[in-house]
Design a protein around this ligand. Sequence first.
Ligand SMILES: [Mg+2]
Length: 418
Amino acid sequence: MKASRIVAIRATPVTVPLEAPLLHSNGAHWGRFVRTLVEVETDDGLVGLGEFGGGGESATAAVEGLIGYLKGHDPFRLEAMRFAICNPTASLYNNRTQIHAALEFACLDIMGQKLGVSVSELLGGRIRDEIPFASYLFFRYGDADGRHEVRTPEQLAAQARVLKASHGFTSHKLKGGVYPPRHELECYRALADAVGGDRLRYDPNSALSLGDAIEFGRAIEGLNNDYYEDPVWGMPQLSRLREFVRIPTATNTVVINFEQLAANVAQRAVDVILLDTTFWGGIRPCIKAAGICETFGLGVAVHSSGELGVQLATMLHMGAVVPNLSYAADAHYHHLLDDVIVGGPMRYRDGAIAVPEGPGLGVRLDRDKVRRYHELFLELGGYAYDRDPGRPGWYPLVPNARWADPAQRLVPDLGVKR
Ligand SMILES: [Mg+2]
């Protein structure tokens, strides 16, 4: 078989609306996700797809500028590409991990298309054909009529019931770190009541002090917790927390590369590693990390960074081949109002999404949708992920004490008609 050669790399920022703005410990997603779609084209007419978070002129330039490194490169030579653009000793100056991930997705997509097999078949073969997901619950701003707001325990319980009924989730995650921990504790208990014996997980994005995290953790020990995700910042504090709270710890923030994984093996701070195909630099590094987790008895779960269908496909193929994936994956996907892939958004059935069947990643871009959501990006621009539109001038400390007021119903001006 004649080798393919890369001839072009394109990046297209798109903005896809969310049902409502989502709050987190650093700020908010302002009612939309901004993503960059990457297309890698070969001399034999194949186009591979990639995706990463954020977008704008500098992101587009950073991706498309790599054509100087990759023109003529054979997309099958993935390890060579890693060193060509991601040499670890040069990464202090050129951290291209996330861009490399998008290019790796695209090259795997090309390989699969050329060989007529799916990426999961290419990467070890499927153990499962569908991946279970957790409902991902957020505190949310509502509109002027109060629709979509999630601020109180009652609103959270209602939202959980809606998501469970419409998608069939049996595992539920609360993204916290927004309101005072005792308010969030009330909310978490209301969530547990609302979903019966389903599994639960709480993730305040490292906002809690060790004291608050111990109090919260001990209070929820009797619930059906999968794990306690990033309650405090950093491995030393997580390690200390484990002495007080009998719930496995999890992270997607402080073990996101092999050096950190080695440190966590040497001194256990985290029991469950949330793998993210972008943060780790591709699908293959995640599979490699999962193997190390298997060896050292660490749990594996899947992190969501607010992806559209292209990156979601990478998570599905990764989940399909990792034997020790023993938790429902995370996805923000059900908060999105649309997607850019042919056939519209993928669907949950009984809380799971089927691994795409076609060759490569098994998803293609809907050109009309890409055009429409690129125009929306041009119209609205980016948003400040680490700012809360409801609290101008606010920023959090770590650990935080500057909580939002749960008694106050805010309707921030997002400068967008919703
Ligand atoms: Mg997290």
